[in-house]
Design a protein around this ligand. Structure first.
Ligand SMILES: N[C@@H](CCC(=O)N[C@@H](CS)C(=O)NCC(=O)O)C(=O)O
Length: 208
C-alpha cells in the first residue's frame, strides 16, 4: 500500500510532496481546501488526527504528524536518501536545519501573519516582529556564502524543510535582492524537476 499524504492547499505540507518526489517512494495525495474566510483547515482533517493539521501521512495503518518527523521517517524508509551527510559537520548542519525551519523560522513568520490580520491594532508589533525575521535572513545569507545547500554541497531533506519558510519570506517577509545567496538557493531548488512535479501534483501553492 502506498503512503497517503494529507495535504492542505497553500501550506507547508507541499514540502512532503516534494520530498516524496525526490525519494521516488510511491504515494497518493488527499487534498484539503482552506476555509475561504478563516484560512483554517477543514474539520475533515480532524478525522485523521485530532489536531487536524497538515501535513500528516498514513503509512502501514499508522498516522504520522509534524513535518520534520515525517521527513525523518521518509528518509529512513528510503534507505537514508537525502539524509544526513557522512561528514560530521554536514551531519550537524543537517539536524540543525531540519529543526530550524519549524523551530526558529516559523514562529516569527506566524507572528507577522497574526500582526497583519490585526490591522491597525497590530501596527506597533509590525516592525519588531519584521526585524526578527530579517535577523534570521541576515544570518542565513552568511551560512550559504560558501556552500550551495544548508548541509553542504548536495540537497538534503534539511533544504526541503527550509523551503517553506524561505519561500514565505520571499513572497511576504523581505527576502529580496539584499540576500543574493538565499535567492540563488531558492532558484536552485525551484529549478529541480522533482520540485516542479510536486507543485503540479500538490495544487494551489501561493509561495513558489
Ligand atoms: N509544526 C507543525 C505545524 C502544522 C501546521 O500548523 N500546519 C498548518 C498548515 S501551514 C495547518 O494545518 N493549519 C491549518 C489550521 O491550523 O487550521 C508541522 O510542521 O507539521
Amino acid at each position: 500500500m502506498s503512503i497517503i499524504v494529507h495535504h492542505l492547499e497553500n501550506s507547508r505540507s507541499q514540502r512532503i510532496i516534494w520530498l516524496l518526489e525526490e525519494l521516488g517512494l510511491p504515494y497518493e495525495i488527499k487534498r484539503y481546501e482552506r476555509h475561504p474566510k478563516t484560512q483554517r483547515a477543514p474539520d475533515s482533517l480532524k478525522a485523521i488526527h485530532p489536531l487536524g493539521k497538515s501535513p500528516m501521512i498514513e503509512d502501514d495503518g499508522e498516522v504520522i504528524i509534524e513535518t520534520a518527523a515525517i521527513a525523518e521517517y521518509l528518509v529512513a524508509k528510503a534507505g537514508g536518501k537525502l539524509g544526513a551527510p557522512k561528514d560530521a559537520k554536514g551531519a550537524r548542519q543537517y539536524v540543525q536545519y531540519l529543526h530550524f525551519a519549524e523551530g526558529s523560522m516559523m514562529p516569527p513568520l506566524y507572528g507577522l501573519l497574526v500582526v497583519g490580520r490585526l490591522g491597525l491594532l497590530g501596527l506597533p508589533a509590525r516592525k519588531p516582529v519584521g526585524q526578527m525575521v530579517t535577523d534570521l535572513l541576515v544570518w542565513l545569507e552568511t551560512e550559504l556564502a560558501e556552500r550551495d545547500y544548508f548541509a553542504g554541497g548536495e540537497l538534503t531533506a534539511a533544504d526541503i524543510m527550509m523551503s517553506f519558510p524561505l519561500e514565505a519570506c520571499q513572497t511576504r517577509a523581505g527576502l529580496d535582492q539584499r540576500f543574493p545567496n538565499l535567492q540563488a538557493w531558492l532558484k536552485r531548488i525551484h529549478d529541480r524537476p522533482q520540485y516542479q512535479m510536486a507543485l503540479e501534483k500538490g495544487g494551489p501553492y501561493a509561495y513558489a
